[in-house]
Design a protein around this ligand. Structure first.
Ligand code: GDP
Ligand code: IMO
Ligand code: MG
Length: 430
């Protein structure tokens, strides 16, 4: 297996965790390169569900080295809880399995408080963030006022950082938002405790990743969120605060683009979105409700019901083009079992004209109307399928249409949440 990037091609929650876990048995290293604990990646092994916010989804494979790259933002409290949880289940027995970049940025209590306060102040105009401090911590990173993991674990640096950061943050929290301030002494004590417990995981991750690539090891890069949530190319401002596209692999892990062999885009057989923002193929009717119930579409991070709609190939095509996607991973095909008719959005119409360039302004994007192509559904269930031939003709036609429209091959189709509920089509992953 070469070096492979697996990223989301919609608005997140496409099933990236499941896909990474399915391919991880052949991998030697898995690298998270952007995002933070706004991500919630689900892995199901022998019927047991594990939701990972920070740890790479390969952590349940003991031989896979798990790397958190410099492009990630880390909440130490969440990370420690997660480490404790997987250790209790017998994973991460050897601490050397996990390495965290000393250049990753650390999320602090004032980032979380500012995220929540800003959303509350926006009222009905809110983005619908996960409330994990993602916007403020990335803002501090580019503003050059953040706390990097390497400084966080350096004895004595935490006090200096909070002494500098808190006066401004507390001024905003109390004077602008009318929220509670953060107490310096208690937060310093808390973060010094976290640093002591996390120090052992720090490392020079660009060296590790490049050495692994040079040694021709199998490296998987695990994307978070989805391309339509990219801060530049997504439905701004209803996006996350990192780049979710391919470029983040280079920036967020410290590898050259010529090191990447394949870019696999994960897409659900339908579409979901959490939080506010444009979603042309959204269904507000019983069909949307049926997708939500059948697909258990409730957020892995916040538990919020996900907005549901038909597969939007206009958006996926854009995502695939912008990230140089080479293969597709189609998930949750089983959720479409039993629908009489299936729809796929193949384009948008705006003011009577067909759209050729996705609108940059969210207010314009909101006005796009989907152009649908209808397909007959299939009888019975696809859950037991393990080869393409096991799928009913209608399901194969549906899959074939996606490949044809995007001009890309399927590497994998999943028909259930479990590790083995997959149809693997790319032999390098068998
Ligand atoms: P991620 O953020 O992209 O990793 O996706 P999430 O884990 O947030 O959401 C995907 C959900 O779909 C999880 O609950 C998975 O267990 C589940 N899932 C993944 N693949 C399949 C599938 O093929 N069929 C079904 N029914 N569920 C799936
Ligand atoms: P995974 O990796 C789905 C969404 C939030 C909100 C917007 C901004 O599990 O696919 P943020 O907290 O990042 O400032 O929120 O982005 N969002 C996600 N939606 N899956 C995710 O991650 C998401 N991470 C952020 O719901 O609309
Ligand atoms: Mg998720």
């Amino acid at each position: 297996m070469p070096s492979v990037v697996i990223l989301g091609a919609q608005w997140g929650d496409e099933g990236k965790g499941m896909a990474i876990d399915a391919f991880a048995q052949r991998a030697e290293m898995i690298v998270r390169y952007q995002g933070g604990n706004n991500a919630g990646h689900t892995v199901v092994v022998d019927g047991k569900k594990t939701i990972l916010h920070h740890l790479p989804s390969g952590i349940l494979h003991p031989k896979v080295r798990c790397v958190i790259g410099n492009g990630v933002v880390l909440d130490p409290a969440v990370l420690l809880e997660e480490i404790g949880r997987v250790k209790q289940e017998g994973y991460l027995a050897d601490d050397r399995q996990l390495v965290i970049s000393d250049r990753a940025h650390v999320t602090c209590p004032h980032h979380i408080a500012l995220d929540k306060a800003a959303e509350a102040k926006k009222g009905s105009g809110k983005i619908g963030t996960t409330g994990r401090g993602i916007g403020p911590v990335y803002r501090d990173k580019v503003g050059r006022t953040g706390l990097r993991f390497g400084d966080f674990i350096e004895p004595g640096r935490i006090r200096d950082f909070f002494r500098q950061a808190l006066p401004e943050a507390n001024f905003l929290l109390t004077q602008f938002y009318g929220a509670e301030p953060i107490d310096e002494d208690s937060v310093v004590a808390l973060y010094e405790g976290y640093a002591t417990r996390l120090r052992a995981y720090a490392g020079c991750t660009y060296r590790l990743v490049n050495d692994a690539l040079a040694a021709k090891q199998n490296v998987l890069f695990e994307g978070a969120q989805g391309i339509m949530l990219d801060v530049d190319h997504g439905t701004y401002p209803y996006v996350t605060s990192s780049n979710t596209m391919i470029g983040s692999v280079c920036n967020g892990a410290g590898v050259g683009p010529n090191r990447i062999n394949r870019v696999m885009a994960v897409l659900k057989a339908y579409c979901t979105r959490v939080g506010a923002g444009p979603f042309p193929s959204e269904l507000h009717d019983e069909t949307g409700q049926r997708l939500r119930e059948r697909g258990h579409e409730f957020g892995s991070t916040t538990g919020r019901p996900r907005r549901c709609g038909w597969l939007d190939l206009m958006a996926v095509k854009y995502a695939a083009e912008l990230s140089g996607v080479t293969d597709l991973i189609l998930t949750k095909l089983d959720v479409l079992d039993g629908f009489e008719t299936l729809r796929v959005c193949v384009g948008y119409r705006l003011d009577g004209e067909e759209v050729t360039c996705l609108p940059a302004a969210a207010s314009v994007y909101e006005r796009c109307e989907p152009i649908y192509r209808d397909f007959p559904g299939w009888p019975g269930s696809v859950s037991a399928a393990r080869r393409l031939d096991d799928l009913p003709d209608e399901a194969r036609r549906f899959v074939g249409f996606i490949e044809e429209t995007l001009q890309l091959p399927m590497a994998m189709i999943s028909v259930g949440p479990g590790r083995k509920e997959t149809i693997i089509l790319n032999s390098s992953f068998e």
